[in-house]
Ligand binder design. Sequence first.
Ligand SMILES: Cc1cc2nc3c(=O)[nH]c(=O)nc-3n(C[C@H](O)[C@H](O)[C@H](O)COP(=O)(O)OP(=O)(O)OC[C@H]3O[C@@H](n4cnc5c(N)ncnc54)[C@H](O)[C@@H]3O)c2cc1C
Length: 295
Amino acid sequence: MERAQDALRKAGIHFLTNEPMSKRTTLRLGGPADVFCTPRHIEELRMILAIARETGTPLTVIGQGSNLLVLDGGIRGIVVKADFQQVTADDMILKAGAGCMLHRLSEVAAAHSLAGLAFASGIPGTVGGAVYMNAGAYGGEISQVFRCAHGLTMDGEETEMTDLHFSYRHSDLQDGSCIVTEVTFSLQKGDKAEIRKEMSEYQKKREEKQPLGYPSAGSTFKRPEGDYAARLIDSCGLRGLKIGGAQVSEKHAGFLLNLGGTAKDFISLMQEVQKRVYLETGILLEPEVRILGEE
Ligand SMILES: Cc1cc2nc3c(=O)[nH]c(=O)nc-3n(C[C@H](O)[C@H](O)[C@H](O)COP(=O)(O)OP(=O)(O)OC[C@H]3O[C@@H](n4cnc5c(N)ncnc54)[C@H](O)[C@@H]3O)c2cc1C
């Protein structure tokens, strides 16, 4: 790790050491990242990738940390947040940096009377994380508005991706071969007031149904074929189940919450929920949350 830190210093790249990942995730869980960098532009990201390669240091990319469970031992090596924020609109095309929050992206789309991104306005993640996850809500998902993405391969080569083979909460980015830097969306002309109305209706629904005041990563499990994780968890009587500081939300059984515990508590609760749902229904819930780091 020292060689990588020396090289980052020599290259003039700002970084933090032992950065608690609990500060970088909406679940507020996770031990420290050895090194945490927020590159300001693509060249800096390319340098970080080169340093990681040359020093044999593992590299992990994150967005807003809203779909991450980082384990208590933290993350070895370099964690990079590709925080590129630019957004531009040209006719029905919107281009956004990977670090742009979906809420802002949807606002810019609405301001330009562009329809297609209202579904994303309440998803608390970045453009990069949303494409990686093919995030979706209320019948919409990223695949419907995605046109192409630019990024860097782990070798630092620029790449353009037009087909990421999206499916439910899946994209080809999940093979870890590339860091997204910018995404282009293809939208449709709409009515500004209608788009804003749709966005506020979705927000109202979220506030009514989701435990937004507590640390979570949203739905912990994927929707199983033909059913809902929350319905299954509820039908097994697990609403409110608590292990240490982790709890199945009373308000929405699909959300597992961190009420001041550890990642270990959270994993134990996930496993207990999976086990009990499996024993009662024969369905194995698959995590939607991405698990990173060491125990
Ligand atoms: C309250 C709440 C509500 C939510 N509601 C929804 C919902 O309705 N629908 C939904 O789909 N999700 C929902 N989520 C989950 C989450 O917001 C989404 O999955 C979101 O897209 C994750 O984006 P992120 O920037 O936080 O990514 P992170 O959680 O930081 O990362 C997720 C994955 O993306 C990868 N990644 C991030 N950025 C890049 C990049 N630039 N290049 C390559 N890989 C990258 C990371 O390596 C990681 O594997 C919710 C979460 C919360 C807390």
